[in-house]
Design a protein around this ligand. Structure first.
Ligand SMILES: C[S@@+](CC[C@H](N)C(=O)[O-])C[C@H]1O[C@@H](n2cnc3c(N)ncnc32)[C@H](O)[C@@H]1O
Length: 336
């Protein structure tokens, strides 16, 4: 017997949780969280077995678990993961990807934005005044120009070199990139069809918007759920949700609830409400739900609460241990 995961999950204090073991050829057993790269583990999921795969990928926004990723590497990861889903999703089943539609990241190739933030300037002296003074007194040095305009030599230098731009002189510019189109293309290439798109309106992420105060851009306060369908029979059972659940969520294009603020367990933890709504809407009791970037295990917890089977993967042993703990706890709490 070999441990299937690429790395072993950290032991969970005080709990005995069965570790997932199988031979190299066997398909992965459900109701388990596995440690390893999604690209390896997805190949071990039983073909046509997953009714719903719901996940949120690394966002390429500098979280600790994605520091090694380049934008190209991020695209390769998502393209491959999406394509590996096609054989394992049941005909008529769904792949739902949660992501912010806009990524913001440093790109050294981006031309410098001449965004001079005048509201944070300490000296009112403008670049135009410095250039006019230089023209009027071509023989003046920086010290003399500073005395003439009543500011520091540093202000003269900064204004003359125009390096009061956003991000400073040496920092690469922040580039924004839409991701919905990329995800749609990768899923379509894999054989899926775009079925729906919803927006999860959360709370404004001021902390994530380092660039916000230095530009006219908005803060990040909603994310999308892209719903892809694998051709096949899809049972539409309106009884899955109560009447008020349809009117409050099931039929609505926007879902409103807060994100997780404390991030004690994981930097990008879902509120359980998010996977719970998706699972209730797009799968039936006893169906298999997959999250191949499971993090702290919220999707698996939601699957347990909703009476579904689950499989989860994560690259980081600590998250795998957290997810296992979470599942163990949910199983203890669920009424018999
Ligand atoms: C956005 S977070 C998911 C958070 C999760 N939804 C939760 O509620 O906690 C993405 C996760 O993907 C994991 N990850 C990154 N690259 C991976 C890979 N190649 N294979 C498996 N997991 C990976 C990271 O460790 C991280 O936990």
């Amino acid at each position: 017997m070999t441990l299937i995961a690429d790395c072993q999950a950290a032991p969970v204090a005080g709990l005995t949780i069965p570790q997932a073991e199988t031979s190299e050829q066997e398909c992965l057993a459900y109701n388990n969280i596995y440690c390893g790269d999604a690209r390896t583990l997805l190949k071990r999921v039983e073909p046509n077995s997953v009714a719903l795969s719901f996940w949120s990928p690394p966002y390429f926004v500098g979280k600790s678990y994605e520091t090694a990723l380049t934008f190209e590497g991020w695209q390769d990861l998502l393209r491959e993961v999406i394509s590996l889903h096609f054989p394992i999703i049941k005909p008529g089943g769904f792949l739902v990807i949660n992501s912010a539609d806009i990524l913001a990241f440093s790109d050294p190739r981006m031309p410098r934005i001449q965004a001079d933030n005048i509201s944070t300037r300490k000296s009112p002296v403008t670049r135009e005044q410095v250039l006019a003074a230089k023209e009027a007194h071509p023989d003046f040095n920086r010290h003399q120009l500073a005395a003439l305009l009543g500011c520091s030599e540093q202000t003269i230098q900064r204004r003359a070199e125009n390096n009061n731009v956003r991000g400073g002189k040496y920092k690469p510019q922040t580039r924004v990139q839409l991701v919905g189109g990329l995800i749609d293309k990768w899923a379509t290439d894999a054989g899926f069809f775009l079925y729906d798109r919803r927006a999860w309106v959360k709370d404004p992420c001021w902390a994530n918007s380092r660039w916000h105060s230095l530009s006219y851009r908005s803060v990040d306060e909603f994310e999308y759920l892209y719903v892809f369908w694998k051709p096949g029979i899809t049972v539409v059972d309106r009884k899955r949700l109560a009447k008020e659940e349809w009117s409050e969520g099931g039929s609505r294009g926007t879902w409103h609830f807060q994100s997780v603020r404390s991030h004690v367990t994981h930097e990008a933890e879902f509120p359980v409400e998010l996977p719970r709504r998706v699972i209730k809407l797009l799968s039936a009791p006893n169906d298999l739900v997959l999250d191949c970037f499971i993090g702290s295990g919220t999707s698996a917890e939601a699957a347990i609460w909703e009476g579904r089977k689950y499989i989860g993967f994560d690259l980081v042993p600590e998250y795998v241990a957290q997810a296992q703990r979470r599942c163990f706890q949910a199983q203890l709490e669920i009424p018999a």
